[in-house]
Design a protein around this ligand. Sequence first.
Ligand SMILES: [Zn+2]
Length: 475
Amino acid sequence: MKNSDSVWDFVEAKREAFFALSDRVWDAPETNYEEFHACDEHTRLLIEEGFRVERNVAGLPTAVMGEAGEGGPVIAILGEFDALPGLSQEAGVAEERPLVSGGNGHACGHNLLGSGSMMAAAAVKDFLAANGLKGRVRYYGCPAEEGGSSKGFMVRAGVFDDVDIAISWHPAAFSGVNNPISLACNELNFHFAGRASHASATPHLGRSALDAVELMNVGANYMREHMPSSARIHYAITDAGGAAPNVVQARATVRYLIRARTLTELLGLVERVKKIAEGAALMTETTVRSEVVSGDANLVGNTPLEECMFANLQRLGPPAFDAADNAAALKFQQTFSQQDIAASYARFGIKPKKGQALCDFIYPLGGGDGSIVGSTDVGTVSWVVPTVQMRGATYAIGTPGHSWQLVAQGKLPAAHKGMEYAAKVMASTALDLIVNPALIEAAKADHRERLDGNPFVNPIPDDVSPPLPESPNGR
Ligand SMILES: [Zn+2]
């Protein structure tokens, strides 16, 4: 049998089709369960590649799954294709220039993320067929990562129940195995209801829902001193009850995003915030109703999988960026502050190299300061399936997350090279697992050990539905 590294040739053979897929998704950025075009594009290529395709996965109209191969273990490669609102930007130019004022933009590189993951799955499929190997590879096209927690709904629906191992990646400034650190989070709406009244003539008859929201926020702000310092609480008043100050506001809604290191810590914090809401309702003689909007579990790491993926990164070596790639990235670096760039390197304890705009190395396993940046719905998957992720360098060092600069770099040759690079590492990691059942068993044992005494609670309760939009064109 051929060495699993020869799967890299299969990845290379797919360059044209998958770079084009990524670019088409970039061209039509869609957000939060509205990724109809992106999902169609992914579905079409899955069919063309000969995958067995399942649409409407977990009842989500913009989720798709493709499976190939027979028997053996099931390896899932997870992809995303959603964009962010308000970050429309012309491709390739190092100055802020929206294509559509107020439009969406691929400011987290998910055009590359989904296409690279499917590229890996397609190469594994071809390798299994060419070598007559038993094993199944699946590509999961997951919508709404940015605030929609689709993978949490997919976990709840059991779509990963027969998966042995999950693999994913994220576009980044540096290449390496992802440090499995993220915050568990819950987003909740608190709807307050009071009684309207003339604010001057009969204020004593009114009960203000907006007062309740303000008091709740004061309470939450006082709680900050008495919660774990790694936890985070953010809020936005999504309904202030109207624009007329001469009316006592009968309704008001505040949305809370609560984050904590672990699921247990998160659920405890959510209960405390609920008490604060009840306290605010009590003070103002209003009523309050809360509802969960979305939620992600924290990431669970996996030592055997991380070591395996790291070995693959090392065998392949860093992505082959050339002088032209570096020159293009340098132009973007000129729009960042020196602090942005220095902070980026500092996370890995690496001294900045003059004139270097793209990462030409692989950071060490467990590298980085473990700083917590945010939450991801991959976290929820990692509680039910042993999961590993990598970061592949696709943009200039120092690029801020969710920025116009990130959007602008999404179609550059360096972005494509980084995507191909990630596809290669994910593909050979998947094959290492398929041909080595002992490695899968080791990963499962590590997973069991980490979760021992920590029962999984999906931060999305059973009665919460995904916030699906009306489908366009009667779909
Ligand atoms: Zn992202």
